[in-house]
Design a protein around this ligand. Structure first.
Ligand code: GLN
Length: 588
């Protein structure tokens, strides 16, 4: 379909035409390019990592990119999802609570995203139903095709207009064959028809099984799923095969044959050590050249920008490979499937470790098991501790014991959100003599509600919901550890997701007890970062924010850097203390 025909047939619902393609003002069909990534065979293949790596290698070439994740579930956002089932809730600067993949995109692209980059079925259907009530489809029954698919295309085009991106990267959530995402697939099929040749590049991420009993790679599940996608009208341009080992030529040939995709466009994407190695792996395989060819973008490449970006990135990769000083950070976390629930924290530790030449090992500590009398045993071999964000009662008393232990034994500490609030409770109880101090989240009638909900502050903030969400400025107190970590910055920006905070009535008592509030909201009495004086403790810092959400490979979060640096020093000192003659290895 030509752009002109399309423009002639769009916009309003009418009985004259079957076409229904609402389009944002200023949108020019055929001008924006789209790369669409589909997952087949099974979930958990790292589709977000793959898509973001593809977006990165295009961005490196000087093209502006805008990713969007199309999520099949009916929730409007990820705010109410259980992270132990679904991975961490990632919060964008504008307050959108979204899928953890958005974190991968932000880190990979070194780019802040907005709510337009995250689209759920809940958002699409709400929009359609609201429009229907306003009479937006008068005279017509509202159908999945063209009305719902029309809204999906409109969202993609809206992103294209708002972001001004050269290439929009669309990641279809879930797996081909899921009920939930079928209409997204239909929408992008229509999109490619409407936008015309060289506008859309369809990329399939598939999985090649290698059952240990056979010891050889098998392509059948991948073939069947490609067939299924073909039945939905999608003919891929590129196939990327996830597998444990490099995918054999024989398997690639089969997939090429069954899917009518040239061999040169069937790639192996086998496992590697760090997600940050994947962009180079894709580049080495030539996927970037393939995408440029399909989208006719060869002439848009800025070779010098590409060279610079690659040099910067390869600096990070070599530091990652060379980082060798082992250091162990304990994280208090519950349940299994911890990797996804704390994805950004794990990444932030990797960023900080890489910059400092450290190989960070993570030990998970079940805080429900920790008590004052066994804390020393629980912390053996651990050089630093993170108490991360969380909600509810479970493990809180154990976390208080953890924090008491690390505070008294000068073990480096970083508290994140709940880890900040619990540090306040511990200090109030054990240092300031406020017995029974607690958060009203778990003990509404406690003696000293040092952490509480403050509705009047919520009013000042002007937030509709009861969570304080998204990016907020933090005023930094000069001459503090925070100020040093941020190179003397007076104002920093961090992301938040919390309902409770330090009750200002207790600030004076906590400060009198020695706690320093080194980061505060700019216009309200909201405490955002606390620390202990460095002569009392080498590194005891906690923030009401989620510092892990804004750490990037090339610019690690300074608080994580502080923790890992202090943990390295602590581990050196610990090694010396246990060696014969501490002075022999240079420590005093
Ligand atoms: N439960 C705490 C609150 O709601 C902390 C939230 C968090 O750690 N994300 O304030």
């Amino acid at each position: 379909m030509h752009a002109d025909d399309l423009l002639a047939s769009v916009s309003d619902v009418s009985d004259e035409t079957e076409f229904y393609t609402p389009m944002p003002a200023n949108y020019k069909p055929g001008q924006t390019k789209y790369v669409v990534v589909f997952g087949t065979v099974m979930s958990g293949l790292g589709k977000g990592i793959f898509s973001s790596s593809m977006a990165k290698i295009m961005k490196d070439k000087g093209l502006s990119v805008a990713p969007v994740k199309l999520e099949g579930y009916l929730n409007r956002d990820s705010g109410t999802l259980n992270p132990y089932r679904h991975g961490e809730v990632f919060v964008l600067d504008d307050g959108m609570e979204c899928d953890m993949d958005l974190g991968t995109y932000e880190r990979m692209l070194n780019q802040n995203l907005t709510r337009l980059n995250f689209c759920t079925s809940g958002q699409i259907f709400s929009q359609v139903l609201e429009k229907e009530r306003r009479g937006g489809y008068l005279g017509r029954d509202v159908q999945m095709i063209p009305h719902v698919t029309g809204e999906v295309k409109n969202r993609l085009r809206e992103l294209a207009v708002q972001s001004g991106a050269d290439v929009v990267f669309v990641e279809i959530g879930g797996t081909v064959g899921d009920y939930e995402n079928a209409y997204f697939i239909e929408a992008v099929r229509e999109l490619s028809y409407e936008e015309g040749p060289n506008s859309c590049c369809f990329v399939v991420l598939t999985y090649v099984v290698e059952p240990p009993t056979l010891g050889e790679q098998k392509s059948k599940p991948a073939q069947l799923n490609l067939q299924r996608l073909g039945g939905m009208g999608i003919h891929p341009h590129i196939i990327a095969c996830r597998a444990h080992n490099r995918v054999t030529r024989k398997v690639r040939e089969k997939l090429a044959l069954y899917a009518n995709v040239p061999m040169a466009s069937v790639f192996s994407m086998h496992d590697c050590d760090s997600v940050y190695l994947i962009p180079d792996m894709l580049r080495d395989a030539g996927i970037d050249a393939d995408v440029l060819r399909v989208l006719a973008l060869e002439d848009a490449v800025d070779a010098e920008a590409d060279r610079q970006a690659r040099e910067e990135w390869s600096g990070y990769i070599s530091s990652f490979r060379e980082a060798s000083t082992p250091v162990t950070i304990g994280i208090t976390g519950k349940y299994t499937s911890l990797r996804d629930s704390y994805a950004s924290i794990i990444q932030s530790l990797e960023h900080a470790g890489t910059q400092l030449g450290a190989r960070v090992n993570i030990e998970w500590i079940d805080s429900a098991e920790v008590r004052d009398d066994n804390a020393a045993d629980c912390f053996r071999g651990i050089h630093g501790i993170i108490v991360p964000g969380g909600f509810g009662t479970r493990g809180v008393e154990g976390k208080i014991s953890c924090i008491k232990h690390v505070r008294e034994n000068r073990i480096p500490y970083l508290g994140l959100c709940y880890g900040f609030q619990i540090a306040v409770i511990e200090y109030a109880r054990n240092v300031c003599g406020l017995g029974g101090a607690n958060t009203t989240e778990i003990a509404a009638a406690c003696d000293h509600p040092v952490i509480d909900i403050l509705p009047e502050q919520k009013k000042i903030e002007g937030l509709g919901g009861n969570m304080r969400l998204g990016g907020h400025d933090v005023a930094v107190t000069p001459n503090t550890m925070l100020s040093r970590l941020y190179d003397g910055a007076e104002k920093i920006r961090l992301r938040f997701r919390h309902r409770y905070e330090v009750d200002p009535r207790y600030i004076e008592q906590l400060e009198a007890g020695g706690m320093i509030f080194s980061g505060r909201a700019c216009h309200q009495p909201i405490m955002q970062v606390l620390e202990l004086p460095t002569d009392v403790h080498p590194c005891f810092i906690a923030t009401q924010a989620h510092a892990e959400l804004t750490s990037r490979p090339l610019s690690p979060d300074p608080m994580f850097l502080g923790l890992v640096r202090a943990a390295l020093a602590y581990s050196g000192a610990a090694a010396c203390a246990s060696a014969d003659g501490a002075t022999a290895c240079g420590c005093s």
